[in-house]
Design a protein around this ligand. Structure first.
Ligand code: GLP
Length: 229
C-alpha cells in the first residue's frame, strides 16, 4: 500500500529533526503540539527508543502552553507523552514558556532555536499567536479566541474547561529561529496557507508573518499552494 500523504509529511518532518540532531547534537528545537505533529513524534520516539538519536545535549522549547488550566492535558504533558519520555533528553532541557519569566532570554542563552516546527490553527494562528499579533512580539500571554477554544475543545471534557488564557512564543521568537518548518494537515489548512502567502498585511493572519522568511519550508499532506507575489 502506498504511504499516505500524512505519513510522507510526518517522515520528512521527523527526518529534518533527526538530521539536525545528528549534525549538531546540542541543537535547540521549538516544538508544536496538536493533532498534526503526532505521527512525526511517533517516528522520532521509535528512532530514539532504538538508540538511533541522542538527545543528551539537545534542548527543546515548547511553543506555547495553556494558563489557568482546570482540566485537560497541558502541552508540557503532551510533549512528555509523545516525545520526551522515549528519549534521553535531560529533564532540565525540556522547557515550557509557562515556567519561565524570560523565555526569549533563555532561548538565546542556549544559542537560539535551530529548527522551529509550527502547526497552523484554522484561524491562521501559529503557536498561540492569534490574529492581530504584532510581528515585533516576543513570548507573551494571550487571550484565546473563541474559534481556537472550540478547535481545541476535543482535548478537554467540555468547552467550558478549555482555558481562556495561554502563553506563547511571539512572532519574533519564531522568526528568529534558524530554520522554520510549517506543518499542515487537512484540507481546512489549505486555504489558510494560500491566504497567508497572498496577503500584504499580515495583521489578521499570523501564519503570514512566517512567510516573511523566504527560506520557510512547508510540509503538508495536500498539494501545497504556492503563490509568487
Ligand atoms: C493549537 C496549538 C498550535 C497548533 C494548533 C493546530 O492551537 N496551540 O500550536 O498549531 O493547535 O493544531 P492541530 O494540529 O490539531 O490542527
Amino acid at each position: 500500500m502506498p504511504e499516505s500523504k500524512y505519513e510522507q509529511m510526518s517522515l520528512k518532518a521527523a527526518q529534518a529533526v533527526a538530521e539536525q540532531l545528528k549534525a549538531k547534537p546540542n541543537s535547540c528545537f521549538g516544538l508544536p503540539t496538536g493533532r498534526t505533529p503526532v505521527r512525526m513524534y511517533e517516528l522520532l520516539s521509535e528512532w530514539s527508543a532504538r538508540g538511533e538519536l541522542d538527545w543528551s545535549q539537545a534542548c527543546c522549547f515548547g511553543l506555547d502552553e495553556y494558563l489557568e488550566m482546570t482540566g485537560g492535558e497541558s502541552y508540557a504533558a503532551f510533549l512528555e507523552k509523545h516525545l520526551y519520555s522515549s528519549t534521553n533528553l535531560p529533564n532540565t532541557s525540556r522547557y515550557t514558556p509557562a515556567d519561565c519569566d524570560n523565555y526569549d532570554e533563555l532561548i538565546a542563552s542556549h544559542g537560539g532555536l535551530d529548527i522551529t516546527l509550527i502547526g497552523v490553527g484554522v484561524n491562521g494562528h501559529i503557536a498561540f499567536n492569534e490574529p492581530g499579533t504584532f510581528q515585533a512580539s516576543w513570548t507573551h500571554c494571550v487571550w484565546l479566541t473563541e474559534s481556537t477554544r472550540r478547535a481545541n475543545a476535543e482535548f478537554f471534557d467540555s468547552l467550558q474547561q478549555v482555558p481562556y488564557k495561554a502563553v506563547t512564543m511571539g512572532i519574533q521568537t519564531i522568526l528568529s529561529s534558524r530554520k522554520i518548518i510549517v506543518l499542515a494537515s487537512g484540507e481546512a489548512k489549505k486555504s489558510v496557507l494560500l491566504k497567508a502567502q497572498q496577503l500584504d498585511d499580515c495583521s489578521d493572519l499570523p501564519l503570514c508573518w512566517a512567510f516573511q522568511r523566504p527560506d520557510i519550508q512547508v510540509l503538508a499532506d495536500f498539494d501545497v499552494p504556492t503563490v509568487r507575489k
